[in-house]
Design a binder for this molecule. Structure first.
Ligand code: ADP
Ligand code: MG
Ligand code: ZN
Length: 491
């Protein structure tokens, strides 16, 4: 078995995965893209509909300015070139969720092209190129379960029909499931910073198809790709890519060839299965949408949107490294979400110690939020309070060890750190006489270890420090403990 696994890995290592992602993202507008129906998830089926989004004959679409503004914002945030003129087209196909029999999309002349998203790569950042961003309308949703009649028939909810979408297509620049995951996570972060979408994958505001191929390592030409659909989480994207890469390698190793096709990911079985081959692929018969004029963007409009963009995650990450001197990795974690980045900056500035603030946020704050499964918005410890705690450590009022307890109590009670320290008598002991007494007691009680230490095993000093700290309930000043111990042990 172990040999078989190693053999598999060796075979896999001969090939390089190549992945390009197509991401659909719902825009955070109040209304739909071509009518004034409400754009809201979770309303009772078919309550947000009108002749336009139901595709009734004679109803005419009117493009939402707000949707275009958000699409421009997404394009600028991904550093794309915006095209002054883009054109809407009809993409024709038949499916019960598509009342008009066509989807209004953009095809030959999309809104924007040639951008990039930066992903972490060996401590720095690397660009994954975006090929295009175009605007389109969402389709309705088929309801197969959850109703008394679900045994016999399916329903259609048109609330989603006409919800504004952008599709963001990457170049095949990704080289494995981990990079695919990193790209999605970076893209989501950018879209959230720009407030373009809520990017909620469970509610379908962010959806992803993965194009996967493999090529022998060192080869220039790409292999034939398959497109995988039905990926409903980042984890499933990574799993499906891994599965598909292994499947394609096995086919090639057995002397077969890859068929260009669309495959469906089955999360329960953990595999992909063929849905339709290229021969049966849709011919969408695209043609220009006659009911909508070309979309023309003015300079002023683009500049106005540009001015509204916040500092984006990659810039913020670079600034954090420069301004606060924290490691690239930490800056990456701290800037993934805008709220965490804001929290860190407040704690860093208020405490005057960015390194400590970064450590506290990265370890304690994020850990506790995860444990409690709550968002940062409801964090019981404000960044100012965290900063106060850090200042108490740096002033020597409490030890780093005790600070952890103070933090736990702040989290549980919402009290201020100085109140907790005073109430619980946690002030750090720096008084030499008191600490010397503890040192003497530890030295007297452990002749064996003293012997070892004196024979030259300086590494046991840490053990002695631990013993003295225990005796003082963690309150002794570690620097004082260290120097008194060295003196007493004759180091
Ligand atoms: P289509 O219009 O048929 O969907 P595109 O050329 O627009 O084809 O590509 C769609 C997606 O497939 C893009 O994300 C692109 O990066 C990706 N892609 C193209 N060729 C390959 C390949 N050989 N391997 C993996 N992904 C690929
Ligand atoms: Mg495609
Ligand atoms: Zn409508």
């Amino acid at each position: 078995m172990a040999t078989a696994t190693r053999k598999n890995e060796e075979v896999l290592a001969k090939y390089e995965p190549v992945i390009g992602l197509e991401v659909h993202c719902q825009l955070l507008t109040a209304t739909k893209i071509f009518c004034s129906c409400r754009n809201r998830f979770g309303d009772a089926p078919n309550t947000n509909v009108c002749p336009v989004c139901l595709g009734l004959p004679g109803a005419l679409p009117v493009l939402s300015r707000r949707a275009v503004t958000l699409a421009i914002k997404a394009a600028l945030a991904t550093r794309c070139t915006l095209h002054e003129t883009s054109v809407f087209a009809r993409k024709n196909y038949f499916y019960p969720d598509l009342p008009k029999g066509y989807q209004i999309s953009q095809y030959e002349r999309p809104l924007a092209t040639e951008g990039y998203v930066e992903i972490p790569s060996g401590g720095a950042l690397r660009r994954v190129r975006v090929q295009r961003i175009h605007m389109e309308e969402d389709a309705g949703k088929l309801l197969h379960e959850g109703f008394p009649w679900s045994g016999e028939k399916s329903g259609v909810d048109f609330n989603r029909s006409g919800v504004p979408l952008i599709e963001i297509v990457s170049y095949p620049d990704l080289r494995g499931s981990e990079e695919a995951h990193d790209y999605l996570s970076a893209l989501k972060s950018v879209l959230l910073y720009a407030e373009v979408s809520d990017c909620n994958m469970e509610e379908g505001s962010l959806r992803c198809d993965a194009n996967v191929s493999v090529r022998p390592r060192g080869a220039e030409a790409f292999g034939t790709r398959t497109e995988i659909k039905n990926l409903n989480s980042f984890r499933n994207v990574a799993r499906a890519v891994d599965y598909e890469v292994a499947r394609q390698v096995a086919v090639l190793e057995a002397g077969g060839r890859i068929v260009q096709e669309t495959r469906l990911w089955d999360a329960d079985r953990g595999e992909t299965a063929s849905m339709r081959s290229k021969e049966e692929a849709h011919d969408y018969r695209y043609f220009p949408e006659p009911d909508l004029p070309p979309l023309v963007l003015s300079r002023e409009w683009i500049e106005e949107v540009r001015a509204s963009l916040p500092e984006l995650p990659a810039e913020r990450r670079r600034r954090f490294v420069e301004e606060y001197g924290i490691p690239e990795y930490d800056a990456g974690v701290l800037t993934l979400g805008r709220d965490v980045a804001d929290y860190f900056e407040t704690a860093a500035r208020t405490s005057g110690s960015a390194k400590a603030a970064s450590n506290w946020v990265m370890t304690e704050v994020l850990r506790k939020l995860k444990e409690d499964d709550r968002p940062l918005a409801s964090c019981p410890v404000s960044p100012e309070r965290l900063a106060e705690t850090i200042r108490m450590i740096e002033a020597g009022t409490i030890s780093g060890r005790i600070a952890k307890d103070v933090f736990e109590r702040m989290w549980a009670t919402g009290d201020a750190p100085d109140a907790i320290v005073e109430r619980e008598g946690l002030v750090q002991v720096s008084d030499e006489a008191a600490i010397q007494a503890a040192v003497d007691a530890v030295v007297a009680a452990n002749p064996q270890q003293v012997e070892t230490y004196r024979k030259g095993k300086a590494t046991t000093l840490g053990w002695f420090v631990g013993q003295v700290m225990r005796r003082t309930g963690g309150k002794a000043n570690p620097q004082v403990v260290n120097s008194l111990l060295k003196k007493s042990l004759g180091g």
